[in-house]
Design a protein around this ligand. Structure first.
Ligand SMILES: O=C(O)CCC(=O)C(=O)O
Ligand SMILES: [Fe+2]
Length: 365
């Protein structure tokens, strides 16, 4: 008996996670991460999203299966040209390779809304792990750059009030002549894909295909550029050393481009870390907390983190997608029945983000 107790104590640890309503804890196995296979994180060919209704429904069924199991899947056939990704990546590399004093001009500390540059180690996403061995750059939805918006002067006041873009991110990076265009092209391509995907999510949830269209006319749509230094640059490495600590994403879903180094890890339902290894030509998509909430936990927002275990620098470019900030959404009508009443009250997208970011800022300081 004594041996069994000892073994149990050695094989798990508690992970502290941030949520909008304060910390929650998860038990994690200490067994080394294993590589994912198609049953954990399927590769879904989504080219049918550009096809007829039957093709769109068929993609929706595959996405539904993934969204209700681990909440992570790869997509191929997504339609985003390689060139747009390559240009954004090249600009990201140029940006991070600059001296600190140049990047400091666009430091997030100067921002009201988390736009701009986060210096190395400045964030600490999970308190039970190391600070984040990461630098990042963030920009938010700006209707002037959204190709789907014809006339910004007609945007209603309640929508305008939710915009969190700041022009200083472009002004303070103007020394890199192609940075703004490269990042905005990537942002626009991800935004167009996300708007198609939210329609597929509607089908997957047995809702009319255009159910979310109005809610995503001016969405919370943000690109982050992540730069993770090589392990060689880290003073000390142990099992709690992370490039970005364990977390769930806040909003509806994330479209993540990652380079070929590997390092993204996903926590499965058994508490086992799984490597979401790079698959060329794909993006990784994962469900966020808001979508989990409005689907009554039917679609799952799964804990993940990144650990750059390679001796190369690693880059990733997530695009985070949520509803217009002024939208308030409750549990969707198709996700409740007599046996499964709504577990959550309606909440506005803005309030949801505010609650969670309040937790983040308190803990990072
Ligand atoms: O870099 C990665 O692979 C993951 C990044 C991530 O999870 C995030 O930025 O939210
Ligand atoms: Fe994430």
């Amino acid at each position: 008996m004594a041996t069994i107790t000892f073994t149990e104590q050695r094989t798990t640890q508690q992970l502290k996670l941030r949520t909008a309503y304060g910390p929650v804890y998860r038990t994690v196995l200490n067994t080394p991460p294993r590589d994912c296979d198609d049953r954990d994180i399927p590769v879904i060919d989504i080219s049918g999203i550009y096809g007829d209704l039957d093709q769109r429904k068929s993609v929706a069924q595959r996405i539904k299966a993934a969204a209700t199991s681990l909440g992570f899947f790869y997509v191929k056939g997504h339609g985003i040209p390689d060139e747009i990704i390559a240009n954004a990546l090249a600009q990201s590399k140029l940006f991070f390779s600059q001296p600190t004093e140049i990047k400091d001009k666009v430091n997030q500390k100067r921002s009201k809304w988390f736009n701009g540059w986060n210096s190395r180690n400045s964030s600490h996403v999970s308190e039970t792990e190391s600070r984040d061995w990461r630098e990042s750059f963030g920009m938010r939805y700006d209707p002037r750059y959204d190709s789907a918006v014809d006339d910004i002067t007609t945007i209603p006041q309640e929508i305008l009030a939710g915009f969190h873009a700041e022009e200083y991110v472009w002004e303070q990076t103007a020394n890199l002549p192609d940075f703004k265009a490269g990042i905005l092209d990537y942002w626009r391509a991800c935004l167009a894909l996300a708007r198609r995907l939210i329609r597929i999510f509607a089908l997957a949830l047995d809702l009319p295909e255009d159910y979310f269209d109005k809610m995503t006319s001016h969405p919370d749509a943000a690109v982050a550029l992540n730069y993770y230094p090589s392990q060689r640059e880290l003073p000390k490495i142990d099992e709690n050393t992370v490039s970005i600590g364990s977390h769930t994403d806040l909003q509806c879903f994330t479209i993540l481009w990652q380079d070929d180094n590997g390092g993204l890890q996903v926590l499965n339902r058994d508490g086992q870390w799984i490597n979401a290894k790079p698959v060329p030509g794909t993006f990784v998509i994962n469900i966020g907390d808001y979508l989990m909430r409005i689907t009554n936990d039917h679609f799952v927002s799964t804990v993940h983190r990144a650990k750059n275990v390679s001796t190369n620098e690693r880059y990733s470019m997530p695009f985070f997608f949520g509803f217009n900030f002024n939208e308030t959404c409750g549990v969707l009508p198709s996700c409740t029945d007599e046996e499964h009443p709504a577990k959550y009250e309606p909440i506005s997208c803005e309030e949801w983000v505010r609650l969670r970011l309040a937790q983040t800022t308190q803990a990072s300081e």
